[in-house]
Design a protein around this ligand. Structure first.
Ligand code: NBP
Length: 483
């Protein structure tokens, strides 16, 4: 029997589609699944007529693989990944490669890379984005792990990945151990932010301007032709135009309470851990949490009051203002996402290629957009760019949009319409561009109640001072107490 190029474990929606994608590209794939009936079903149905080899034990799977053996896991993130790694190790030989393509937490991937390498094997933890459709026809793939494994998996992963217009694959080496899963996590956080911003634009058009779904469908269609051209704007256009067999808009029938699987939350937690002001993504996660309090909100809506105002003025001009507010806020979200990845690279010793990441996200994944091409250009111009807002293109874009952005935030506040992502993005912008913030007073407060000390504007950094604010406290400062 001809040997298989790669083995894949986990024949749910992602696994099956990735196998078919690999088969399309000429690779022979051997498959295995915990519930064995799924292997047979797959061969008899979706994989009928392909070169896919079904196997019924890990031993059999490993025995049909070319050396070095490449085994990819597409199973539920968490314990099943550890269980499969432990079950595979006794069957593998030095230099063989285990690849985890699920949505694993990067901390797990850091731990697993070290563990698998300690057994003489190589490990890859890779983000795969694009859902079912992406897996089948070209996802965005973000691999990290053992650098020595990359040359062996590169031909397969780049062949099955999405391609940008010039044919470049949306897949390249991200970095050591957990870097690939970290970048995938950040991608998902940015996805939360993009979705929330679109929802806020929709909410403003519906509630401030009283626009119909059909009118908003037209607006999103128009926006998708310009700078906001993206997969998420495109599907929003289609959702707003979608009517059921009774002629009713499906979007109006959906309960307004959002779920989440945790990757947005992980992104926000990582930002808090590293002290990065990732405000927009955090607001997007928290907006889902607020939406989930449906019963509480319904009860509160009968008691708590606010303005009942409608927009009076040029509606078409305000729609354009909303577009610009969305665009400027999106620039802030990606700026913050890149700040986070930069901090993570320093923390974990990864050499992340910022422009390469933008290219990987340019196609195949949920946040794919024309906009990412501009981010790639910014990092091509200056690979060491410390902050996206300092790139001349994005500086000018925010400059051009900020009047509209401020009008939208101000009007939304006056009308009592919540737009937490757009408004927090503006607050970030106004904070980031200020040389002086009120943290002088904050430091005074900390020193007052906890003798935490402060630095002075007229003294070198690192030199600390304490004031005996009440005259009754002593001159002893706190070295450990944190507030
Ligand atoms: P699921 O996340 O639903 O996982 C199903 C697979 O995991 C099946 O093969 C199942 O085997 C196996 N599995 C489970 Br569940 N518990 C197991 C256990 N205790 N031991 C061994 N195997 C176990 O599938 P998916 O939606 O295809 O996603 C696969 C991975 O890709 C996940 O990490 C997911 O987060 C990630 N991902 C999904 C998407 C998406 O759009 N769905 C997108 C991007 C990434 P069984 O057949 O025996 O139950």
């Amino acid at each position: 029997m001809s040997k298989a190029d790669i083995g894949l474990i986990g024949l749910a929606v992602m696994g099956q589609n990735l196998v078919l994608n690999m088969d399309d590209h000429g690779f022979t794939v051997a498959v295995y699944n915990r519930t064995l009936a799924r292997v047979d079903e797959f061969l008899e149905e979706n994989a009928k007529g392909t070169k896919v080899i079904g196997t019924h034990s890990l031993e059999e799977l490993v025995s049909v693989l070319k050396s070095p053996r490449r085994v990819m896991l597409m199973v539920k993130a968490g314990d099943p990944v550890d269980a499969f790694i432990d079950a595979l190790i006794p069957h593998l030989e030095e230099g063989d490669i285990i690849i985890d393509g699920g949505n694993s937490n990067y901390n797990d991937t850091i731990r697993r890379t070290a563990y698998v390498e300690s057994k003489g094997l190589l490990y890859i933890g890779t983000g795969v984005s694009g859902g079912e459709e992406g897996a089948r026809h070209g996802p965005s793939i973000m691999p990290g792990g053992s650098p020595a494994a990359w040359p062996h998996v590169k031909p397969i992963l780049q062949a099955i990945a999405a391609k940008v217009d010039d044919g470049t694959p949306c897949c390249d080496w991200v970095g050591e151990n957990g870097a690939g899963h970290y970048v995938k996590m950040t991608h998902n956080g940015i996805e939360y932010g993009d979705m929330q911003l679109i929802c806020e634009a929709y909410f403003l058009m519906a509630n401030a301007l009283g626009m119909s779904n059909a009118e908003m469908h037209e607006v999103f269609a128009e926006w998708n032709e310009g700078k906001l051209d993206s997969y998420l704007v495109e599907i929003t256009r289609d959702i707003l135009g979608y009517v059921d067999e009774n002629g009713d808009y499906v979007v109006d029938q959906i309960l307004d309470t959002a779920g989440q699987k945790g990757t947005g939350k992980w992104t926000a937690i990582s930002a808090l851990d590293m002290g990065i002001p990732l405000t927009l993504i955090a607001e997007a996660v928290l907006a889902r949490c607020l939406s989930a309090l449906k019963e509480e909100r319904v009860a509160a809506s009968a008691l708590l009051t606010g303005p009942e105002a409608w927009f009076e003025g040029d509606k078409a001009a305000f729609v354009n203002d909303i577009r610009d507010a969305l665009y400027a806020s999106k620039i802030i979200s990606y700026t913050q996402g890149y700040m986070l990845m930069r901090a993570a690279a320093a923390e974990y010793g990864w050499n992340l290629n910022s422009g390469g990441i933008a290219l990987m996200w340019r196609g195949g994944c949920i946040i794919r957009s024309v906009f990412l091409g501009k981010i790639k250009e910014a990092f091509d111009k200056d690979p060491k760019l410390s902050n996206l807002l300092l790139d001349s293109y994005f500086q000018e874009e925010v400059e051009a949009a900020q009047g509209a952005w401020r009008r939208v935030v101000a009007r939304a506040v006056e009308m009592g319409i919540p737009i937490p992502a757009m408004s927090s993005a503006l607050a970030f912008y106004d904070g980031y561009r200020r040389a002086r913030l009120p943290a002088n007073l904050l430091q005074a407060q900390r020193d007052y109640f906890g003798a935490h000390t402060y630095e002075r504007v007229d003294r070198p950094r690192g030199e600390v001072f304490h004031t005996n604010w009440t005259g009754t406290g002593g001159d002893v400062t706190s070295g450990t107490y944190q507030a």
